[in-house]
Write a protein that binds this ligand. Structure first.
Ligand code: FAD
Length: 139
């Protein structure tokens, strides 16, 4: 069944090239298992939206959560879906600007903005709202 998983994690020791490497790997691997989605990175935290078959999503997340490039991943949302939000992107990356930060602040008033503290019930609606913006680098 089509499902999504959204998690947040911390990257306290991000190295130059980590995000680019992750996107490159995602672009190489995700199409083969029908996984699409989006990745946000801001100030030491990741938030990733994965969608695809529930079994494939669970397998990929089991790999991702052991990746030493981030720590303490927390699942924010795991649900079944009728339709994909990011059907064309193996893994898009969000470009930040003040307008996009305002979308996040609408669900998370925490200052400064911390992806790790986006409320679970707001995470999916943030991604849905953001999917309609042009601030993604589609990969
Ligand atoms: P490999 O060929 O084993 O590795 C690809 C590259 O990543 C290589 O340069 C390798 O040196 C480097 N690498 C792999 N694992 C580590 C590690 N633990 N620490 C440092 N460098 C490492 N993978 C996906 O396939 N799809 C995703 O959507 C996805 N999203 C991710 C999101 C985040 C926030 C993070 C941290 C990782 C994500 N990954 C994703 C990567 C995933 O954790 C695995 O590294 C990857 O799936 C392994 O695939 P591979 O065996 O084909 O890659």
């Amino acid at each position: 069944m089509l499902a999504r998983l959204i998690y947040a994690s911390r990257a306290p020791s991000l190295r130059a090239g980590d995000v680019a490497d992750i996107l490159k790997t995602s672009r190489r691997n995700n199409p083969a298992c029908g996984i699409t989605g989006a990745l946000c990175y801001l100030d030491g935290a990741y938030m990733q939206y994965l969608e695809g078959d529930e079994v494939d999503i669970a397998k990929l997340y089991a790999v991702i959560e052991r990746d030493s490039r981030h720590v303490a991943p927390v699942v924010l949302d795991r649900s079944f879906l009728a339709l994909r939000t990011f059907p064309d992107w193996s893994m898009a990356l969000l470009r930040w600007d003040e307008r996009i930060k305002a979308v996040f602040h609408a669900v998370s008033p925490v200052q400064p903005l911390d992806l790790y503290r986006i409320p679970a019930d707001g995470a999916a609606s943030v991604f849905r709202a953001l999917a309609r913006t042009s601030n993604w680098v589609p990969l």
